[in-house]
Design a binder for this molecule. Structure first.
Ligand code: SF4
Length: 357
């Protein structure tokens, strides 16, 4: 029998498993505290469970661990971690330090099948889905690395699902991981501190809105279907009309706006006509626009617009009453960037802050 990784089990699953071996419901709560507050690595460390109870647990489960392979530190304080999974695949997790926040950008897949043209992860193809345990464990391991003496999530204040992979392409495990991240006797993240960024899987956006109220970010990057389909193949499946219709169903208000990320590429999507199309597309929705001037990379032919072009674009959106933010990318010197990693800092700002420009 394949044993289950306890870190990926929801409270109710634990309760049912424990009931099967005659154990009380509160034992599940104790296990959750050991896993996510105490961050234990071994079932035998759960000292308030009887030896027999621990033995029963060990019969069907274990505590899995992703393993740190490498860490890089950027000049701006951004830290990138490379973790090895049990099957030897590796994933990246990026910790972004800001004035009052420590944001962890986590991966949800090994690789990605969405194929966005500006993204190095997309170019490398898809390997496999991450389990909920592997998604959650990125948080536990980084909390342990950053502050081994701390409990729970330690100093990590926010999570963005914006690393390798398209979160909504791994829907079941991602929703499960979100639920586990929110346990109030565990890692204690609230909806407002969790942001999921998607390239635009419309049906899953609708489903997500029925199940959670985490902050939603859409990687938009173009306000017309022709260009967006060229940049992001997902747009051929769900065009802008379908994407916007899905966004309208998502629980958002003026206080909790959906973030639209828009990477500015020189000569492609950075004209005032493009800005006008953007206003027309999202102008009547409670949204924020994160403008992210493209950070050039030797393997990608896209160029960054010059400063004046960016300023003109921002001014146009603001004149048309859109809430706009522009952000520098973090960790560029350690390649913390794939198409979406670069936007991590901006997304969490947008998810939390009131109107700014
Ligand atoms: S930008 Fe995101 S969705 Fe697109 S290919 Fe990269 S990881 Fe996948």
């Amino acid at each position: 029998m394949n044993k289950l990784n306890l870190k990926g089990m929801k409270r109710q699953e634990l309760v049912e498993r424990l009931a099967g071996i005659g154990k009380e419901r509160y034992r599940a709560d104790q296990i959750i505290r050991w896993l996510y507050l105490q961050r234990v690595r071994n079932i035998d460390e759960m000292s308030n469970l009887s030896r027999l109870c621990r033995k029963h647990l060990q019969d069907f489960s274990y505590i899995g661990q992703i393993e740190l392979v490498k860490e890089e530190l950027s000049q701006d304080g951004t830290r990138k971690f490379l973790f090895r999974l049990e099957d030897e695949h590796t994933i990246e997790t990026v910790l972004i330090a800001e004035k009052s926040r420590l944001t962890l950008c986590i991966s949800t897949q090994v690789g990605c099948r969405m194929g966005c043209r500006f993204c190095l992860t997309g170019r490398s193809g898809f390997e496999r889905q991450l389990s909920a345990a592997e998604i959650v464990d990125q948080v536990i391991q980084v909390a342990e690395i950053v502050a081994p003496e701390s409990q729970g999530r330690g100093a990590i204040s926010n999570i963005v699902m914006m690393g390798m992979g398209e979160p909504l392409d791994n829907f079941t495990e991602v929703v499960k991981a979100l639920e586990i991240l929110m346990y109030d006797d565990g890692l204690q993240f609230s909806n407002r501190r969790l942001t999921l960024s998607t390239c635009g899987l419309a049906p899953e956006i609708i489903e997500l809105g029925k199940l959670t109220h985490v902050s939603l970010a859409i990687s938009l990057n173009a306000a017309d279907d022709t260009l967006r389909s060229e940049l992001m193949p997902v747009n051929r499946r769900y065009n802008l009309d379908e994407l916007l219709a899905a966004c309208r169903t998502y629980p958002a208000t003026n206080q909790r706006r959906i973030t639209f990320e828009y990477i500015l590429f020189a000569g492609l999507n950075d004209s005032l006509e493009d800005a006008g199309r953007l206003v027309e597309l999202v102008g009547n929705l409670p949204v924020k626009i994160n403008l992210i001037p493209f950070n050039e990379h030797p393997e990608l032919s896209f160029k960054r617009p010059d400063h004046q072009r960016i300023v003109d674009f921002v001014n146009f959106l603001q004149q048309h009453k859109l809430m706009v933010m522009t952000r520098r990318s973090k960790g560029a010197d350690i390649s913390a960037a794939c198409g979406q990693l670069r936007a991590a800092e901006a997304a969490v700002e947008a998810a939390q802050e009131p109107a700014i420009s």
